[in-house]
Design a protein around this ligand. Structure first.
Ligand SMILES: Cc1cc2nc3c(=O)[nH]c(=O)nc-3n(C[C@H](O)[C@H](O)[C@H](O)COP(=O)(O)OP(=O)(O)OC[C@H]3O[C@@H](n4cnc5c(N)ncnc54)[C@H](O)[C@@H]3O)c2cc1C
Length: 254
C-alpha cells in the first residue's frame, strides 16, 4: 500500500512538528490491515482543519476513498465515500439543480472531515451544522467491525461521531440530504457598518436570508470597529443558470 513518511512537517496550526507515516488505503481491507498493526492512528481528509486534529504517528488518508456512490435525484439524497470533497459534491449536484444544505468555507474539506468536525457555513442560523442533514454513517470501529448507523438506530454513536474528530472510528461512507436550487447564482446585499452594534443589528434584521456573514476590521477606528455584512439567497429566477463557478482557492495537498 502506498504511504509517505513526513518528517518535521508542520500541520495547518503549525504546532505539531513530529514525524509521521501517512497511508493512502484504497479499500476497507487496507484500512483494516493498518489498524491491526499500528496504534496511535487518526483518520484524515483534506487536512483543512485549523488545528492539528488530523495528525498522529500513523495517519489514514481518505484521499482515494472518494467516490459518489448514489444519488436519489427525486429526493436529493446523496451517498458518497468519506474522501469525497465539497468540490466534487458541488460539481456533481449543481448541474442537477441541487446543493449542499451546509457548506464550509473551503471546497477541499471532505465528507468525512465535515462530519467529524460537524462543520457549519454561512447558513448556520437557518440550517444548523452539517449533522442536521446527515442521514447515515458507515463507520469502521476497529479492524473487525463495521456499522451503519443513523440517529435512531444508535444515537449515542451517531452524535458522538458528528463532531467526534475521528475518535469514534474511520468514517467510510455517509448519506446526506441536499437542497433544491433553481440557479447557481446568489443574490446578495452588502452593508458597511461603522460599529459593532450595527453589525449585530444587521444579523437580526436580515436573519431571513439563507446566508449571512460579516467581516470585521479589528483595528479600531473612531473608537469602534468597521465591518462588511453580506447576506444572500439562491436566485429563483434563472433556471438555466445551473453552472459551475470556477473561482480558485489556494491549494496545497500531501
Ligand atoms: C479556508 C478554510 C475555510 C474554512 N471554513 C470553515 C467554515 O466556514 N466552517 C467550518 O465549520 N469549518 C471551516 N473550516 C474548517 C474545515 O472545514 C474543517 O476543519 C473540516 O473538518 C476539514 O475537513 P477535512 O476533510 O480537511 O478534514 P481534516 O482536516 O483532514 O480532519 C479534520 C478532522 O476530521 C477527522 N476525519 C477526517 N476524515 C475522517 C474520516 N474519514 N473518518 C473519521 N474522521 C475523519 C480527522 O481525524 C480530524 O479530527 C475551514 C477551513 C479552511 C482551511
Amino acid at each position: 500500500m502506498h504511504y509517505i513518511d513526513l518528517k518535521n512537517i508542520k500541520s495547518w496550526a503549525k504546532n505539531y512538528t513530529g514525524s509521521y507515516r501517512l497511508y493512502y488505503p484504497k479499500n476497507v481491507n487496507e484500512i483494516k490491515s493498518i489498524l491491526s498493526k499500528k496504534n496511535k492512528i487518526i483518520a484524515a481528509g483534506g487536512f483543512r482543519s485549523y488545528g492539528d486534529s488530523a495528525i498522529n504517528d500513523t495517519i489514514l488518508s481518505s484521499k482515494f476513498l472518494n467516490k459518489i456512490l448514489n444519488f436519489d435525484e427525486k429526493n436529493g439524497i446523496l451517498r458518497a465515500q468519506a474522501g469525497t470533497t465539497i468540490e466534487q459534491m458541488i460539481n456533481f449536484l449543481i448541474p442537477k439543480g441541487w446543493f449542499l444544505n451546509v457548506s464550509p468555507g473551503t471546497k477541499y474539506a471532505t465528507l468525512g472531515g465535515c462530519i467529524a468536525s460537524d462543520v457549519h457555513g454561512k447558513e448556520h442560523h437557518k440550517f444548523g451544522c452539517f449533522s442536521e442533514g446527515l442521514n447515515k454513517i458507515k463507520l469502521l470501529l476497529n479492524e473487525n467491525e463495521i456499522v451503519e448507523i443513523d440517529r435512531s438506530s444508535n444515537p449515542d454513536l451517531f452524535y458522538s461521531t458528528c463532531g467526534g474528530m475521528g475518535l469514534t472510528g474511520f468514517i467510510l461512507e455517509a448519506e446526506i440530504n441536499c437542497k433544491k436550487i433553481q440557479s447557481s447564482e446568489i443574490y446578495f446585499n452588502k452593508y458597511l457598518n461603522q460599529s459593532l452594534d450595527s453589525v449585530f443589528q444587521c444579523f437580526e434584521k436580515y436573519s431571513d436570508y439563507d446566508y449571512s456573514v460579516a467581516w470585521l476590521d479589528t483595528i479600531k477606528s473612531n473608537n469602534n470597529y468597521k465591518s462588511v455584512f453580506t447576506c444572500g439567497n439562491f436566485s429563483n429566477s434563472f433556471k438555466k443558470k445551473l453552472k459551475l463557478n470556477k473561482k480558485k482557492e489556494n491549494q496545497y495537498s500531501f
